[in-house]
Ligand binder design. Structure first.
Ligand code: SF4
Length: 310
């Protein structure tokens, strides 16, 4: 079936099923194009709550679809590719959270949203990369446990000045750690040297890469930062390559290039137009969360939002 034919069928089914498609900024171009909303995990979670649809198709990795299901117990949340998982989340099983808790009983546990649901419900707070520093700075505690991303934990420590116990000390996103290492960043800076490049990066990159960057932020913050950069300068995007497509769509008068076009999250890329069509046709794969776990996760998320509002 041609892509245009698949897209047409998706549009028809979206109407008959009263469905919306939410797509993460790292999705492939045709998925971003057919989505009703494109954004980072927080923006999509908010859209999932606000939208009037009966069915939500979540084009992202499994923890994102789970979060949409947790926050929308009355809606049908479908994940077209249940195998699309985040390897960063797998670094921190719930048993490890419990182990750290018994080792450091006084320090609260703050988890990045890129974590397993079972681990989240063992935590005190859950944050996105955009909100991590804000939440930790508002806590009264001077020693805080943070996981599972060691680079984001290190960034939070730098910005807030608090002591961060990283759980585990080796958790990382393979895309940001290896495909966006200092080697590739230096190569890109050299390649675009004549264009006076501005490097903007995600906080999941390593500390040495962060040091070279003009701006550090979540994907949504990176998209906003672009507006403030001198139009004559080339913007180097230091995150998964999918954000470059989104950034170019939003800022088509700018020269925007990825640090490494091979910085690809293979899990994010598992979702295709065809898998979205099959998902809508068969109403599969439904994300079902144990009601007790969902309630506990909602409580933790609500407490986290409450702290950030203070
Ligand atoms: S880019 Fe990294 S953190 Fe994001 S979903 Fe892929 S593996 Fe996980």
């Amino acid at each position: 079936m041609r892509l245009s034919e698949i897209a047409r069928k998706i549009e028809e089914l979206k109407k008959s099923r009263r469905a919306v498609i939410l797509a993460h900024n790292y999705q492939i171009p045709e998925v971003q194009d057919i989505a009703d909303y494109v954004g980072d995990s927080l923006e999509l979670a908010v859209k999932a709550i606000e939208c009037e649809a009966d069915v939500i198709i979540f084009a992202g990795v499994s923890f994102m679809a789970e979060m949409a299901a947790v926050l929308n117990p009355d809606k049908t949340v479908l994940h077209p590719e249940p195998d699309a998982r985040c390897p960063l989340a797998d670094f921190l099983p719930p048993s490890m959270v419990r182990e750290y808790r018994s080792k450091y009983p006084k320090a609260p546990v703050v988890l990045y949203v890129n974590s397993l649901l079972e681990s989240k419900i063992c935590a005190d707070y859950v944050v996105t990369s955009a909100a991590a520093c804000r939440l930790v700075s508002k806590l009264e505690d001077e020693v805080v446990m943070f996981g599972p991303d060691k680079n984001l934990a290190n960034y939070v420590e730098e910005v807030t000045g608090k002591e961060i116990i990283v759980l585990p000390p080796y958790g990382h996103c393979p895309v940001h750690e290896y495909a966006l290492s200092i080697y590739y960043v230096n190569k890109a800076l050299e390649l675009y040297e004549r264009e006076d490049p501005v490097l903007i990066v995600h906080p999941e990159v390593s500390k040495d890469v962060r040091r070279l960057a003009s701006h550090v932020g979540s994907t949504s913050q990176m998209l906003k930062i672009i507006e403030e950069i001198d139009k004559k300068r080339t913007i180097l995007i230091g995150t998964e390559e999918g954000l470059t497509y989104r950034a170019r769509r939003l800022h088509n008068d700018r020269r925007i290039v990825p640090v490494n076009p091979r910085a690809v999250c293979i899990d994010m890329k598992k979702i295709s137009l065809l898998s979205i069509l099959r998902s809508l046709e068969r109403l599969k794969y439904r994300v079902q969360i144990d009601p007790d776990k969902a309630r506990k996760a909602r409580e933790i998320i609500e407490t986290s939002i409450e702290i950030m509002r203070r």
